[in-house]
Write a protein that binds this ligand. Structure first.
Ligand code: BTN
Length: 353
C-alpha cells in the first residue's frame, strides 16, 4: 500500500499562501465558464494586484490552467488530474462526504482499506481513493479491473442510522446518485440496470459494490465502492467485458477530481433525502432512471423454492421486470408464475426483438 505524498510543508506562510490559493481557486470555480476580473479577485482577497499575480502563478505551478485576458480577467480552464485531497477538496461542495480523503497510489482494493479505516474509527463520509487497484472487487465475487489513470476507484465510509435489514436501500440510493452524476458529466444516456449498474446503450459505465458490517439489528458501517470508467477506450476493456466510458459517451475528457467531486455531491444529496424522507423518493427516481423496468430479463441465481433442496446450478428465471419493491428487490413476472421478488441475483436484459 503506497500513500500518495502529502504536499510539502514550508512553515506558516506556506499554509497562508495555500489558503489564499484555494480562495482564488474557489472564486474561479464559482465563475465556471466565465472570466472573473482581477479587481474582483483583489477585492475578495483583500490583497494588492502583485499578490494576486503571485497566487495565480502559484496555482499554475500546481497544475491549474488559468487563462488571462486583458480587460476580462482570469478563467480556470484546467485542473490537475491528480486524485489527492488537496485537488479534490476545493472542487467539492459537500458538507460531510469527502471532507477527509485518503489518497493512495496503489491499493489491493479501496473497499478493503475503507473497512480497515472504518474499524479503526474513521467517520461517516471519509473517502478512500486509489490511482490503481491490484485486487479490485466486483459484485458476486467477481473482480474489477481498471487501468491506472483512466477511472475512478473510490470507496465511501457510511454510517447510516438504519437497521441492517434496510441496508439494500443504500444500493439504490447510490445507483440514483451515480447515474445523475454520470448524466451531469455528459453521459446523457446513463441509466440504471438493476440493482445498481450504470449503463449507457447497454454498456457498463460504472459499477457499485456496497459491503456492510453489522449485526442483526445495526449497521456498524457500510462501505460504498464505486468504479467509474472515465477515459477508457475500446481496447482498455478486458475481453468479454462490454464497457463504455465517460469519454466514449460524452466525447470529453473530464478530469478525475472533477468527476469525483460530482459523484460525492450527488451521493450526499440523495443520502440526505433518504434520511429525511425515507426510501419513497429514491425509489421513484430509480424507476425513472431504470433501464430494467418493463424489460424482459433473465435472472440467474433466484433462490430455489422452499423444500426443493439446494443446488450448485444457478436457478434461472425469465420474465418481465415490473417494479422495484419497497425494500429494493426487483419484482419479476415469470411465465405462468406469480410475481417473484429478486433480492440477490444477476440480471441480464434479454435482447429486444
Ligand atoms: C460491479 O461488479 O459492478 C461492482 C464494481 C465495484 C468496483 C469498485 S472500484 C472501487 C471499489 N473497490 C473495490 O474493490 N471495488 C469497488
Amino acid at each position: 500500500m503506497s500513500p500518495l505524498p502529502a504536499p510539502a510543508t514550508g512553515g506558516e506562510g506556506h499554509w497562508t499562501d495555500l489558503n489564499q490559493d484555494s480562495i482564488v481557486l474557489g472564486l474561479l470555480l464559482e465563475y465556471a465558464d466565465d472570466y472573473v476580473s482581477g479587481s474582483v479577485l483583489c477585492d475578495k482577497l483583500d490583497v494588492p494586484r502583485a499578490e494576486l499575480l503571485k497566487r495565480i502563478d502559484s496555482l499554475r505551478t500546481r497544475g491549474y490552467g488559468i487563462q488571462a485576458s486583458g480587460g476580462r480577467g482570469y478563467k480556470l480552464v484546467e485542473v490537475p488530474d491528480r486524485l489527492v485531497e488537496s485537488v479534490i477538496a476545493p472542487l467539492l461542495s459537500t458538507n460531510e462526504l469527502g471532507r477527509r480523503i485518503h489518497g493512495y497510489a496503489e491499493l489491493e482494493s479501496t473497499n478493503e482499506e475503507a473497512h480497515r479505516l472504518a474499524e479503526a474509527g474513521a467517520e461517516h463520509g471519509e473517502v478512500v481513493i486509489a490511482e490503481t487497484q491490484t485486487k479490485g472487487r466486483g459484485r458476486r465475487g467477481r473482480s474489477w479491473i481498471s487501468p491506472p489513470g483512466k477511472a475512478l476507484t473510490l470507496s465511501v465510509i457510511l454510517r447510516p442510522s438504519l437497521p441492517s435489514a434496510r441496508a439494500p436501500e443504500m444500493n439504490i440510493v447510490a445507483a440514483v446518485a451515480a447515474c445523475e452524476a454520470a448524466q451531469e458529466l455528459g453521459a446523457q444516456g446513463a441509466r440504471i440496470k438493476w440493482p445498481n449498474d450504470i449503463e449507457c446503450r447497454g454498456l457498463k459505465l460504472a459499477g457499485l459494490l456496497s459491503e456492510m458490517r453489522g449485526d442483526m439489528d445495526h449497521i456498524y458501517h457500510l462501505i460504498l465502492g464505486i468504479g467509474f470508467n472515465l477515459t477508457l477506450t475500446a481496447h482498455d476493456f478486458p475481453e468479454g467485458v462490454r464497457g463504455t466510458s465517460l469519454l466514449l459517451e460524452s466525447g470529453e475528457r473530464t478530469p478525475r477530481p472533477v468527476a469525483c467531486a460530482r459523484v460525492l455531491e450527488h451521493l450526499e444529496e440523495w443520502l440526505a433525502l433518504h434520511e429525511t424522507e425515507g426510501f419513497g423518493p429514491v425509489r421513484d427516481r430509480w424507476r425513472e432512471l431504470s433501464s430494467t423496468l418493463g424489460r424482459r430479463v433473465r435472472v440467474i441465481g433466484v433462490p430455489p423454492p422452499p423444500g426443493s433442496g439446494t443446488s450448485d446450478t444457478p436457478q434461472l428465471l425469465e420474465g418481465e421486470a415490473v417494479d422495484l419493491a419497497e425494500d429494493g428487490a426487483l419484482v419479476v413476472r415469470g411465465p405462468g408464475v406469480d410475481l417473484v421478488r429478486v433480492v440477490a441475483a444477476d440480471v441480464e436484459h434479454c435482447a429486444v426483438l
